[in-house]
Design a protein. Structure first.
Length: 275
């Protein structure tokens, strides 16, 4: 008796939660719709690669609700045979073999889709790493990519960054000095004593103010040298880009790539000279 067909679909998630679509043109020089994570839904479960091969009942994965569902077709592969297949490919899809750029959840989904229905997942998902790394600023994203890769390798779900501008307190210390002059039979000496007490109090409060100012300086958010360096590099790339575009000989994408390469070479020569 023929095995009853099972519907196969692909759940697609955006790990950036919309930030890639909003910011990619500014930071990469090219439009990226999302940072894709996918899982294959079949036999009532969703199967995906992250910290090894994982599966959850459909609709209950830690990634929440997919932004889209792609219909891959119908499979007649029995579930027990599919589970044997997953055991066989398990060593190739372990936490140690995970690579965000070359061996990720989408590569797993593509291989599983071909086994079940003989079809591949959409190219725009598979081509995302190459699209990012070939962008004018792609090389500068390697530290972020490596951090994201470590999170996914452990099987955890990355969180989209939250931008919270630092807040600074602007309260200023208040110094008050009271000088009381009293009259007595020897009013002159009493006045001098009260003036000296007032001066001592002013001096004491000045010391307290210095301590408070020092503590405020200690509590101030430390400078971000990496952020300053990144801003400087981006500013130089922008200036170089404007100069190249003014010549009118290259397209915008070619000019952006050339500007990035020139600035990176310039910094490479600087680092070599310093070392």
């Amino acid at each position: 008796m023929a095995e009853e067909g099972q519907k196969v679909s692909l759940n697609v998630y955006d790990l950036s939660q919309g930030l890639a679509r909003q910011l990619s043109t500014t930071f990469l020089g090219t439009a990226i719709e999302g940072i894709w994570h996918t899982g294959v839904v079949v036999y009532g479960n969703e199967y995906y690669f992250g910290g090894g091969i994982q599966h959850f009942p459909a609709g209950t994965t830690p990634y929440g609700i997919p932004i889209r569902v792609v219909d891959l077709g119908v499979t007649h592969v029995p579930k027990d045979l599919f589970e044997i297949y997953l055991q066989e490919i398990g060593p190739r899809y372990s936490a140690e073999t995970y690579s965000l750029l070359t061996h990720n959840c989408n590569n797993f989904s593509d291989e599983v889709a071909q086994f079940l229905v003989g079809a591949t997942i959409p190219d725009y998902i598979l081509n995302l790493p190459n699209e990012v790394m070939s962008s004018p600023m792609g090389a500068l994203m390697l530290p972020m990519i490596q951090q994201l890769e470590a999170t996914l390798r452990s099987g955890a779900v990355p969180q989209a960054p939250q931008f919270r501008p630092p807040t600074f307190q602007t309260s200023q210390p208040t110094i008050t000095a009271k000088k009381s002059l009293t009259s007595s039979e020897n009013g002159s000496s009493t006045t001098e004593m009260n003036l000296k007490e007032g001066e001592d109090k002013v001096s004491s409060e000045e010391q307290s103010a210095k301590v408070r100012d020092q503590k405020k300086d200690d509590d101030t958010v430390p400078p971000d040298p990496l952020g300053d360096a990144r801003s400087k590099v981006q500013e130089e790339i922008h200036k170089e880009f404007v100069v190249i575009m003014a010549s009118g000989t290259l397209r915008a994408s070619e000019a952006a790539a050339l500007a990035t390469r020139r600035v990176m070479q310039r910094y490479g020569h600087t680092n070599a000279a310093q070392s």
